[in-house]
Design a protein around this ligand. Structure first.
Ligand SMILES: Nc1ncnc2c1ncn2[C@@H]1O[C@H](COP(=O)(O)OP(=O)(O)OP(=O)(O)O)[C@@H](O)[C@H]1O
Length: 307
């Protein structure tokens, strides 16, 4: 049976007249990284705040391990979260920040040193957190989220401010946490950040879920069925058109074909002995699939004039 660590059901919330959440519904399963993806203002942070009981929804429910977060007896052992990496006391060292958090939750010093090691903060642990880069603060935030060794992690934009090396580290680290059987929910407004990381994605826009699916399926649904054919044979276009395809010249030596699946393209070309060097079914990149889905849900677009 799949264990659902976070269940969000029909969440609604308005700020003034503006709906921030409009029926947000999804579940986060154990043992995988779930990407929570949507453009700015889609409602990701608000959803996370509601899960943590920091914002009250106007309707709907959010449960962690089957219970509202506020009713959990030892919440940090159930759900570790990172909402704002800058929320720390700048004059404290990283280690003292973690010691202070651990102490407030009845957790031991040993776990503090463990999470410092796990997040690669060893050499910086005795430096003042106020002088940390955003990337270092993200590591510190994740160390804090892991203090209670929780079965579920919820991280809001943890890739923000990370350098390429940090991003690679973070991807591997999140996958490892999921492999240990934890449920990991990670928000981002960039699909590319979650590439090779998320097994499952919940794509959101304007406060609701637009797609809740595996990465592979998301690509397949958006894929437009375009096939490209590399050939110098002058008969190729005519043969494919006769077989029912729409054919356009993409670039010299390449045809762009729609309306005929790749195996039928190959069969039609072979039947008329048309020589070709390559037939490729176009697969949407994850980024293309995401942009297509969220096109109507983007609040602020570059170049848009305020009305
Ligand atoms: N405290 C608040 N007061 C007023 N409006 C708010 C508040 N918090 C969020 N909103 C609005 O609710 C909507 C959802 O915001 P939210 O921060 O949840 O989106 P998001 O998907 O996390 O976006 P981002 O990627 O920009 O963080 C936005 O239109 C935002 O302006």
């Amino acid at each position: 049976m799949t264990v659902q660590n976070i269940v969000v059901d029909g969440l609604r919330k308005r700020f003034g007249s503006k709906p921030a959440l409009d029926g947000m519904t999804f579940a986060v399963d154990a043992g995988r990284v779930t990407g929570f993806i949507g453009p700015n203002g889609a409602g990701k942070s608000t959803t996370m705040r509601v899960v943590l009981g920091l914002d009250r929804p106007d309707g709907g429910t959010a449960l962690v391990g089957g219970q509202p977060y506020r009713t959990l007896s030892r919440p940090l052992t159930q759900l570790g979260s990172l909402l704002d990496a800058s929320a720390l006391q700048p004059s404290r060292t990283a280690r003292n920040h973690l010691l202070w958090l651990a102490h407030s939750q009845g957790l031991g010093v040993r776990r503090v040193d463990e999470v410092i090691e796990l997040t690669g903060l060893g050499s910086a642990a005795r430096r003042r957190a106020g002088g940390f880069s955003l990337g270092m603060r993200q590591r510190l935030g994740i160390a804090a989220a892991l203090l209670g060794d929780p079965r579920t992690l919820m991280l809001d934009e943890p890739f923000n401010g990370m350098d390429p090396e940090g991003i690679i580290w973070m991807r591997g680290f999140l996958r490892e946490l999921a492999q240990q059987g934890r449920a990991v929910l990670v928000s981002s407004h960039l699909m590319s950040e979650l590439q090779d990381t998320a097994d499952h994605v919940v794509v959101v826009g304007r406060g609701r879920v637009l797609a809740d699916t595996t990465v592979a399926r998301l690509r397949a649904t958006i894929s437009d069925g375009r096939v490209s054919v590399r050939t110098d044979d002058a008969n190729a276009a005519g043969v494919l058109a006769a077989a029912g395809a729409n054919v356009a010249a993409a670039e010299p030596g390449t045809l762009s074909v729609t309306g005929l699946a790749a195996p039928h393209v190959v069969a039609a070309l072979n039947a008329r002995q048309v020589v070709f060097s390559e037939v490729t079914a176009h697969r949407a990149t994850l980024e293309e699939a995401y942009l297509e889905l969220t096109r109507d849900a983007v609040e602020y677009r570059a170049g848009e004039v305020a009305r």
